[in-house]
Design a protein around this ligand. Structure first.
Ligand code: HEM
Length: 363
């Protein structure tokens, strides 16, 4: 898996069977079953905040998404080990992006400090993945749909089960892809809500109209404004700032010849902030995504989850998780952002490059 322009996507024949193996775990219908874990993760976060406390939205949202991902599909409490995991995930991602961008790369055998750090991080992640797999084998009742799907999968060429290292690689991909992205979307949405009281109050009124404080997947059709807020957050802060494809044959794009084998990058970030496509593009305005306004948009101008067969497999999972989390948090707390700038950085996906402080007032 890879969506930065800096890396080459895996070849079709390798990618397709893996995608088919796990696709059913992430359908819209199936992810609803994870709603309880997702809502619980958000409630736990709120319960842990003292009234009037200053929290780091980034750290809190990372904990929340690790908790939701771990309990929903991996059958493990990832948040208990967040400090041990978050660092290696970051190191592994930054190293691959950095290496791919360099015009001249040191040979793989050379033990540079960055490579030693990356290898340590990779060993930690592989240890964790093996542990997840072994615990699932030991306990057949453990609820871990992604791990079980991979354990039951067979290689399309040989008909044999996937070898353990291949299963572990896939588990690491999902930890990488499913954690930072959703955490940053939530962090950014909460930071914007903390600067736009009117928007925050409108979202809270939508949650209050549900008549109970703990939103569930059944409530999502009534959380339309909450979803609009998330769409606007994903427009201004797309975690996949660039998506990539490899040209499999020579093509011409807008008069430019592109040779087969070239890696092409599509600048999601730039397109989603392009003043030729969006009125007042830097303004945070969830009403852009009000029902009925989609028709006025070109289908290629808003692509936070990519497009085509290789688009994000976790889009329903991420949207359900983020909707329930945002509604749960804003229903219970008033968020006041303490910083005027969001510290964007793009080591691989777009993330907060530093703390995002906010004051929480319990309601
Ligand atoms: C707001 C959260 C998320 C965003 C914005 C996001 C965005 C993306 C983007 C842009 C791509 C590349 C699409 C393309 O090249 O057309 C992608 C791929 C992928 N995402 Fe997500 N993602 C999110 C959450 C998740 C979650 C929660 C999971 C899993 C639990 C996940 C798993 C993956 C995987 C496995 C791929 C590779 C798919 C493939 O190549 O078949 N993502 N994501």
């Amino acid at each position: 898996m890879c969506w930065a322009a800096t890396c080459s996507p895996s070849p079709h024949d390798e990618w397709l069977p893996r995608r088919r193996t796990v696709q059913h775990v992430f359908t819209k219908q199936h992810v609803r079953e994870f709603g309880g874990h997702m809502a619980q993760a958000a409630q736990n976060s709120c319960d842990g905040w003292a009234d009037g406390a200053v929290i780091d939205l980034d750290r809190q949202c990372r904990l929340l998404t690790l908790r939701a991902l771990g309990r929903s599909v991996l059958g493990i409490d990832l948040d208990q080990r967040s400090d041990a995991i978050a660092g290696p995930l970051q190191v592994a991602l930054s190293y691959s992006a950095d290496r791919a961008l360099r015009p001249v790369r040191a040979p793989r055998w050379l033990p540079t400090p960055a490579r030693r750090r990356a290898r340590r991080a990779s060993r930690t992640l592989h240890r964790l993945a093996r542990e997840i797999l072994e615990e699932c084998r030991r306990d057949p009742d453990r609820d871990a749909p992604l791990v079980r799907a991979l354990m039951n999968a067979t290689d399309p060429d040989t008909g044999k089960p996937l070898p353990d290292p291949a299963i572990c690689d896939e588990l690491i991909v999902f930890m990488l892809a499913g954690h930072d992205t959703t955490a940053t979307t939530l962090t950014y949405a909460l930071w914007q809500l903390g600067r736009h009281r009117v928007v925050q109050d409108r979202l809270r009124a939508e949650v209050a109209a549900l008549g109970h404080p703990d939103p569930t997947p059944e409530d999502v059709p009534r959380l339309t404004y909450t979803v609009q807020v998330l769409h606007e957050a994903l427009r201004l802060c797309p975690p996949g700032a660039v998506i990539s494809r490899t040209a499999v044959r020579d093509i011409e794009i807008d008069g430019y010849r592109v040779e087969a084998g070239s890696v092409l990058g599509f600048g999601v970030w730039a397109v989603q902030r392009d003043p030729a496509l969006w009125a007042d593009p830097l303004q945070f305005d969830p009403d852009r995504f009000a029902p009925g306004r989609a028709k006025a948009r070109d289908r290629w101008q808003y692509l936070p989850f990519g497009a085509g067969p290789r688009s994000c497999i976790g889009d329903h999972f991420a949207m359900l998780e983020a909707t329930l989390a945002l509604a749960t948090i804003v229903g219970r707390c008033q968020i006041g952002s303490l910083g005027d700038d969001f510290p964007f950085t793009v080591p691989f996906t777009t993330v907060a490059g530093g703390p995002v402080p906010a004051m929480v007032v319990k309601r």
